[in-house]
Structure formats: structure tokens, C-alpha cells
Design a protein around this ligand. Structure first.
Ligand code: NDP
Length: 248
């Protein structure tokens, strides 16, 4: 029997990358998983098929995040498939590699809209459906604690996510809901392929880890699964790095 049997989970941005790894892992542990996608319905359906092939339960729902009405549309789709929620993973996000001098207002707003505004309002809608004892897990990044002059806006979004995590955790204690952030290091996904297209940049990202390599989505998903489980019931308001000891 899985540790999450009978639980309902929603993982934003689980059509690909880290989110897909998390959705697959939570389903392996017994949760019924809502696989959310932005644009890539076919990839979300592949995630659902992978879960079902492993004997798990999942369904796909689409909604663009980082735009007005996003959380309401996401949950309108969710409500067609499920009537309560136990685990929310705010994973959908994007990077932006621009120093301040190249950053426009539009760039700034778009990365904050997806990485910060969406998790706030998705959590707000989620809490209307979440059972006591639930879990909110925000996917942050190690960059929140590191100086990154070449991409000033993105690390700032993740620092905002970290404080949101702490503030929400304090408020939700009385309901037995834990709120934590899991902060990956460089992890092998499409996002990293785009950012580390240059072999030198990739080698330097690998060297930044204590293990001299990029992480896998499974290595992040395992930590999320722990935080989602009953074993982590006394852990709340924390940022837990699953980063291979990057930039120690
Ligand atoms: P990917 O680019 O591989 O996947 C992003 C996911 O988010 C996709 O499922 C995508 O859906 C969804 N998404 C993107 N934009 C939107 C949008 N506007 N509306 C709705 N959904 C959207 O990213 P990763 O897996 O690499 O990253 C996942 C999370 O992990 C992010 O929050 C990222 O900041 C964080 N992270 C990643 C690291 C890494 O090294 N990869 C390191 C540290 C943190 P679709 O394709 O369907 O549009």
C-alpha cells in the first residue's frame, strides 16, 4: 500500500520536467494526481499515460498561469474531476536570464506573474478545497540564496516564494496543513537545456554541485514525496534544498 493512498494531489506544470517527475512519484505512492499543463496537452497526456501504466490514477487539466483568472480557471477544470484536495505542488515556473540593464518592465512582470503571483492565488483557491492535514509544497530554487547578477529577476521570484512558504505555514498550522518549499539545484529538464546550451556553462553548473553533475527529476521528486507524506508532518515553513549541495 502506498503512503498517499486515498489522497488527491495537484501538481502544476507536470506535463514536463520536474513537475512530471513529481506527479509520477506521488502517483506511485498512491495519490490520485491532477496533471496540470500550460500549453502542452500532449505531454500532459503522456504523463497521465505513464502514471496509468504504473498502475496509478491521474487526469490532465490545462490552464495558462500567470494571467488574470488563472487560478479560478485551473480549479474550475479540477472540480470537474475531484471534489477535494490534499496535496498542492506549485511547480510551474520559468527562468529569465537577463541582467538588470536588459530587463524590461514586461520581462519583470511576466516572470513574477508566473513564479510568484500564480502560486499565491493557486494556493488561495486550493485552500477552499484542501482537507485539514493537507500539504502545500512550493518549488523554489537554490538561486534564492545566491547572487545571480546575470538573471536578477528570477532569483528574486524564488526568494518571494520562500517567504510566502513561511508566512503561509504559520497561518495554516491550526488546520494541520504543512507548507514547505523544495529548492532544486540544476536539474536535467528542458529549462536547463535552454539555459545551459553553452557547454562551458553546463560544465560550470555541474561543477557547482558537490557531486559534480546535474540532478535528475527523480532526485527532486523523492524529496517532494517525503514532504507530502505523513512522515513529514512535523516539518513546516521550511525551504529544503534538493540540489546535490550546489554552491555550498
Ligand atoms: P520545464 O520548463 O521543464 O517545465 C515547466 C512546466 O511548467 C511545464 O509543465 C509547463 O507546461 C509549465 N508552464 C510553464 N509556463 C507556464 C504557464 N505560463 N502556464 C502554465 N504552465 C506553465 O521546467 P522545470 O521542470 O525545469 O522547472 C520546474 C520548476 O522547478 C520551476 O518552478 C523552476 O523554476 C524550478 N527549478 C528548476 C530548476 C532546474 O534546474 N530545472 C532548478 C531550480 C528550480 P507546458 O509545457 O504544458 O506549457
Amino acid at each position: 500500500m502506498g503512503t498517499l493512498n486515498g489522497k488527491a494531489a495537484l501538481v502544476t506544470g507536470s506535463s514536463r520536467g520536474i513537475g512530471r517527475g513529481i506527479a509520477v512519484r506521488l502517483a506511485q505512492d498512491g495519490a490520485r494526481v491532477a496533471v496540470h499543463y500550460g500549453r502542452n496537452e500532449a505531454a500532459a497526456k503522456e504523463t497521465v499515460a505513464a502514471i496509468e501504466a504504473g498502475g496509478g490514477q491521474a487526469f490532465a487539466i490545462g490552464a495558462e498561469l500567470g494571467v488574470d483568472g488563472d487560478a479560478e480557471r485551473l480549479f474550475a477544470a479540477y472540480d470537474e474531476h475531484a471534489d477535494s484536495l490534499d496535496i498542492l505542488v506549485n511547480n510551474a515556473g520559468r527562468t529569465m536570464k537577463k541582467p538588470l540593464e536588459d530587463l524590461s518592465r514586461e520581462d519583470f512582470r511576466s516572470v513574477f506573474a508566473l513564479n510568484v503571483e500564480a502560486p499565491f492565488f493557486v494556493a488561495k483557491e486550493a485552500l477552499k478545497r484542501m482537507r485539514d492535514g493537507g500539504r502545500i509544497i512550493n518549488i523554489s530554487s537554490f538561486v534564492a540564496r545566491v547572487a545571480f547578477p546575470a538573471s536578477v529577476a528570477y532569483p528574486s521570484t524564488k526568494a518571494a516564494v520562500d517567504n510566502f512558504t513561511r508566512s503561509l505555514a504559520k497561518g495554516l498550522g491550526p488546520r494541520g496543513i504543512t507548507v514547505n518549499a523544495v529548492a532544486p539545484g540544476y536539474t536535467q529538464t528542458d529549462m536547463v537545456d535552454a539555459v545551459l546550451a553553452d557547454p562551458e556553462a553546463r560544465a560550470s553548473a555541474e561543477a557547482a554541485s558537490a557531486f559534480n553533475r546535474l540532478g535528475t527529476v527523480e532526485e527532486v521528486a523523492d524529496v517532494v514525496a517525503f514532504v507530502a507524506s505523513d512522515a513529514a508532518r512535523w516539518v513546516t515553513g521550511q525551504v529544503i534544498e534538493a540540489s546535490g549541495g550546489v554552491q555550498l
